[in-house]
Structures are given as structure tokens and as C-alpha cells.
Design a protein around this ligand. Structure first.
Ligand code: BG6
Length: 468
């Protein structure tokens, strides 16, 4: 049985900064952080200049792996064509630093940050040409780093992109995105299959898989209608993506919905066969919360989701989709300030479901708790709430390994250092290490390990001793 590695995660546009440094250009994700009333991605946690210090802190914590992403526009500023040597060199340094310190790099090839140049030239992922550009980009990554990286992730959260938009993927507006989102997803599935094919050809021995943002879903009551709502939610938000990326097939119920809505989706049987011919080696998963639904009748009025942007508990408006489901509050679970349900058993349900459905090893590449952390005068953060969250979630992961036969390659806390949240600014902190930065961009980016860092360090140490 594989011994689970314990580590932590970041992503490029949320942590690196240096958004226009050394030849890098903006990504759509960078653009989407601008003029939002929060911090933008220009400096953020400045991992670009602090990576050595951060990897040293990782090492001192005993991390066995580090999950980070490569920024496509740092490697190919135009998205295709000319390679940026300084960008290539940066990730060599990061990877070498990890390897030197005995930390396994778990590298994501795409984490929301399509080069803006490709959006300007082709309209972004809606254009089939972007699949070719992605192929070109990952070829550079495999050629450069293929002899040092053993675990790759192709695309982060196609399912979350499809459900929530954002990250610049909907720069043309919500309506256009709603029309195009299944076609965008289809192109991302093709891009994923290309990454798998090229990885297997160019990096013998390396393993690759997609990353899903999985949401276990519960019925509000044991009424059959509520269970039907669960089935639909699962089809629309979980299985549709997993079946396409992992099995090269489309779910009928979602295809009917797409057709009824007149949304765009064209594909060929050859393309689906291409996905099937290039199977993933593992499934990477991000887990934050479970959700709860009840039946929502055909004649009810559609309710649009309104996000809780400022961490004011109870301010989320949950969506209702007539004839499918309405998301409802699960009053049995505690919530974070951003209304995310805290549910450790959910992570085990996710691991069990994925293992049973796809018979592949899994990797948790994100799991963590966003909080308004306070730095004390003596530069400490007493985040006992995060320690409780991690402890309970890791415990359930271990039960999934012991009792449910889950082959868990790695567990990674989201995040290692504080970084920019995807849509809720810098005050929503996830890090094990506090970064002196804020939404007013006035921080100096000094690092201060939080109590959770020390707790995780001791946990990893005990884990290693127990295994030996
Ligand atoms: C995942 C993303 O969806 O959730 C991360 O992969 C993101 O990039 C994380 O940061 C937490 O979401 P948020 O909105 O709180 O930053």
C-alpha cells in the first residue's frame, strides 16, 4: 500500500506575485483580480521572491510534498510561440529547491490562469485552438521538468469553473459564459487528454491526473423527491466532469439539460475515444465542504446564487434550479464566516465514492479553512479552529485508507502560506504560515508560522515515527 505523503499547496496567480516580472504577461485570472475592491495578483504573497524561504519553512515543517502550479503566461507570454527563459528558469529553481530538500513536487499545469493574450487573440477556452496552445505549453513543461517531477495535475477544477465561472473565464459576461461553459469544459477535457498522452510519452514513470473540486451532497429530508434532487446535483456538479475526464463519456441527463437550454456543446465520438485512450493515473481532489439540497419544482422561480464576499455569516443566497434542486442550509453543520459547511465526514465520503467509481489512487491537493486570522503583537496566530479542522479532516482521510481501501497518495493542506482567495480577497486566510499582506497592499510579505504550522509539523513527525 502507498504511504500517504503529507504536504501543503499554493497556486501561481494567488501566491507568486511578479505578475508582469521577467517577461511574464497577465493571465485572465490576473485580470479578474483587478478593480474588485480586494488585493490584486501583482504582488500578493510574493512567492516569486520568497520561494527559498517558503521551501525552507516547508522542510522545517517536515512536508513530504508541495503542490504548486506553473503559470502558463510566465512560460509562454503570448500563450504560444516564444518561450520565456526567465520563466522557465524560475520553475527549475522552485523544483530543484524542493528536490534538494527531499520534498516531492506535485505540479499543476493549469490553475485558472490562461494567458490573457490567448483570450485577446482567440476569445479564450471557447476557441478550439486554445487546446493546441495548451498542448504546446505542456510540451515545454514536460521537456523542461519531466526528469524531476513525478506527479502532474492537468487542469484544476473544471467542475468549479463550470459551476461558478469567475477567475476571468467569464470576462465576456455571465450570459456568454452560461452559453459557452460546456464547450469550454469540453475543450478543457481534450486539453487534459493531451496532457496525459504527452506526459506518458515524454516522462516515463511520471503520473498524471485531473483535479476535481468535489462536493458531497446530502438530501434535506428522506423524501424521495429530495433524493432525486441529490441525483441531479451529483450529475450536474460532480459526475458530469468525472465521467468526461476519466471515462470519456457524457451523462444523458446533463446533455438533455444543455440541449433544452440551447447552450453550446459540439463534440465528436473520436474526441471522446481520444479521452478514453489516454486514461489518468490518479484522481486529484479538492475538498472544502459538503452541500445539501431539496427538490425544487418545475414551476418554481429560478434563484441565482449570490456569494458571501465579505465573510458576513449567513449572507450567501443559495441557488434554486426549477426541476432539479434548490441548495439549502444543512443546519446540522457548523459554517465558516463565508458559509462553507464544516464537514470532515464529507471528505471520507468523497474519497470512498471516487475510489469505488474509478478504481484509481487519489490525492487530496486542497483541503483547508478560510478565516479572518489575527496576528498578535508578538507575531503569533492562534488558529486553534484551523487545527481542529485539519485534525478532523485528516482523521477521516486515514479512516478512508484503513477501512474503505482508498489509496491516498498525498494529503495537502490548502494553503501553505496565506494567499489571495479566488474571489474574497486576502483577508480570507487559509495559510499555515501568516503572510504580512492585506487587501490594501501595504504588507511587507514577512512570514510568520501559525499555531497550525507547528501542529502539522508534530503530526507529520508522529506519522513518520508510527510508519517506521
Ligand atoms: C479552490 C481553488 O476552488 O478553492 C483555489 O482551487 C481556491 O484556488 C480555493 O483558493 C478556496 O476558494 P476561495 O474562493 O476561498 O479562495
Amino acid at each position: 500500500m502507498t504511504e500517504t505523503m503529507f504536504g501543503a499547496s499554493i497556486s501561481a496567480y494567488q501566491a507568486e506575485g511578479g505578475a508582469l516580472l521577467d517577461g511574464k504577461t497577465y493571465s485572465i485570472a490576473d485580470i479578474s483580480t483587478q478593480n474588485k475592491g480586494f488585493l490584486d495578483s501583482d504582488v500578493t504573497s510574493d512567492f516569486y521572491h520568497h520561494y527559498k524561504e517558503d521551501i525552507r519553512l516547508l522542510k522545517e515543517m517536515g512536508a513530504q510534498c508541495f503542490r504548486f502550479s506553473i503559470s502558463w503566461p510566465r512560460i509562454l507570454p503570448e500563450g504560444e510561440g516564444e518561450v520565456n527563459p526567465k520563466g522557465v528558469a524560475f520553475y527549475h529553481q522552485v523544483i530543484d529547491e524542493c528536490v534538494k530538500n527531499g520534498i516531492e513536487p506535485l505540479v499543476t499545469l493549469y490553475h485558472f490562469d490562461l494567458p490573457y493574450a490567448l483570450y485577446e487573440k482567440y476569445g479564450g477556452w471557447i476557441n478550439r485552438h486554445v487546446v493546441d496552445a495548451y498542448r504546446e505549453y505542456v510540451t515545454v513543461c514536460f521537456r523542461e521538468y519531466g526528469d524531476k517531477v513525478r506527479y502532474w495535475q492537468s487542469i484544476n477544477e473544471p467542475d468549479i469553473i463550470n459551476t461558478y465561472g469567475g477567475h476571468g473565464i467569464d470576462l465576456d459576461g455571465k450570459d456568454v459564459f452560461e452559453h459557452d461553459k460546456y464547450q469550454i469544459n469540453h475543450h478543457q477535457a481534450l486539453a487534459h487528454a493531451w496532457a496525459v498522452k504527452l506526459c506518458h510519452e515524454m516522462c516515463p514513470g511520471a503520473r498524471i491526473g485531473p483535479v476535481f473540486g468535489y462536493v458531497p451532497i446530502y438530501p434535506k429530508t428522506c423524501k424521495p423527491e429530495d433524493f432525486l434532487a441529490v441525483e441531479y446535483f451529483n450529475s450536474l456538479h460532480n459526475r458530469f466532469f468525472q465521467e468526461l475526464f476519466l471515462n470519456g463519456r457524457y451523462l444523458e441527463d446533463v446533455l438533455i439539460k444543455i440541449r433544452n437550454e440551447g447552450a453550446a456543446l459540439s463534440y465528436t465520438e473520436e474526441e471522446l475515444a481520444f479521452i478514453r485512450e489516454n486514461p489518468s493515473d490518479f484522481v486529484a481532489l479538492n475538498y472544502y465542504m459538503s452541500q445539501c439540497v431539496s427538490w425544487y419544482p418545475e414551476d418554481a422561480e429560478k434563484i441565482e446564487r449570490v456569494d458571501n464576499k465579505y465573510g458576513k455569516k449567513g449572507s450567501t443566497v443559495l441557488p434554486g434550479i426549477p426541476g432539479y434542486y434548490a441548495e439549502v442550509d444543512n443546519e446540522l453543520l457548523e459554517k465558516t464566516s463565508w458559509d462553507w459547511a464544516i464537514d470532515p465526514i464529507g471528505i471520507r465520503i468523497m474519497l470512498k465514492q471516487i475510489t469505488e467509481s474509478y478504481h484509481l489512487p487519489v490525492m487530496v491537493v486542497e483541503n483547508g479553512m478560510g478565516y479572518f486570522d489575527e496576528l498578535t503583537e508578538d507575531k503569533k496566530v492562534h488558529d486553534d479552529y484551523r487545527i481542529a479542522y485539519m485534525k478532523d479532516h485528516i482523521e477521516q482521510c486515514m479512516k478512508a485508507v484503513e477501512k474503505d481501501g482508498v489509496e491516498l497518495i498525498a494529503y495537502n493542506a490548502w494553503t501553505f502560506i496565506d494567499l489571495l482567495s479566488t474571489s474574497q480577497g486576502f483577508r480570507k486566510r487559509y495559510g499555515l504560515v501568516y503572510v504580512d499582506q492585506n487587501d490594501d497592499a501595504k504588507g511587507d510579505c514577512s512570514r510568520y508560522p501559525k499555531d497550525s504550522y507547528y501542529w502539522y509539523r508534530d503530526f507529520i513527525k508522529n506519522q513518520k515515527t508510527a510508519v517506521r
